[in-house]
Design a protein around this ligand. Structure first.
Ligand SMILES: Nc1ncnc2c1ncn2[C@@H]1O[C@H](COP(=O)(O)OP(=O)(O)OP(=O)(O)O)[C@@H](O)[C@H]1O
Ligand SMILES: [Mg+2]
Length: 218
């Protein structure tokens, strides 16, 4: 049994892409792997939602029931989860999210938990994803980008994690596809500021998830 919390320096950074890629790589290597996306805002039942992509990567049929099973806290508005829940007259029960994650993390095989948004997105009026990660105490995969500005966003996210006592198992420098900043130079710069931190690059096109798989198995 091993479980990882996949967070990001922000929304749209590549958490689902990385989680789905890892799922496929693990399953291809014969390692049972599953994923959940406990909290999700901006949910649309059309194909291509985060839970649908994760189910596909798990080789499972995408149905509403299957989506509800891996992503129980879904909200329609494309806003931070606390705001999106409020739009529906609801609020997120963070203790219930925590229990859901703990139960999933205890399942056999490798379990990947995709976070929502960035490291400190609010879940309710008092808790952010950082509190959830701290309470779960699972190894963290931090997904960062390679766009101009990402180095500062990455170091800021790392500082917030460090303040909560969290050192990511791996920092993923995922190709943002903007072509502005070389991926390897971004990783080299981050390495200079984060001595000892495992850093893995995921370029585009990115079929090779072996280095990332090796990093989480270390
Ligand atoms: N390395 C990559 N190569 C090709 N496409 C990528 C790569 N990384 C991300 N993408 C694409 O960029 C978009 C945003 O990525 P993704 O949906 O994984 O972000 P996210 O962090 O999961 O977003 P959210 O906060 O909504 O959960 C998607 O269309 C995804 O397929
Ligand atoms: Mg996602």
């Amino acid at each position: 049994m091993s479980a990882f919390f996949v967070t990001g320096t922000g929304t749209g950074i590549g958490k689902t892409f990385i989680t789905a890629g890892l799922l496929r790589a693990l399953r291809t290597a014969g390692i049972p792997a599953s994923a959940i996306k406990p909290v999700l805002s901006g949910y649309d039942s059309a194909p291509g939602s985060d839970p649908a992509l994760l189910l596909e990567a798990m080789g499972k049929t995408v149905t509403e029931a299957a989506i509800a099973e891996i992503a129980p806290f879904r909200f329609a508005a494309p806003l931070s989860p606390d705001m999106a829940a409020r739009r529906e007259g609801r609020s997120i029960d963070v203790a219930a999210v925590l229990s859901f994650c703990r139960e999933a993390a205890a399942r056999p095989g490798t379990v990947l938990i995709e976070g929502v948004g960035g490291v400190m997105v609010p879940l309710d009026d008092r808790h952010t994803t950082l509190d959830l990660m701290q309470a779960l105490a699972l190894p963290v995969v931090l997904v960062a980008g390679s766009y101009l500005g990402s180095i500062s966003h990455s170091l800021t996210a790392m500082a917030a994690l460090a303040q909560a006592g969290i050192t990511p198992a791996v920092l993923v420098v995922n190709d943002s596809g903007t072509g502005e900043v070389p991926l390897d130079e971004t990783a080299d710069t981050l390495a200079r500021f984060l001595p000892g931190q495992a850093i893995v690059i995921v370029p585009r096109p990115s079929g090779d998830f072996a280095p990332l798989m090796a990093a989480i198995q270390r």
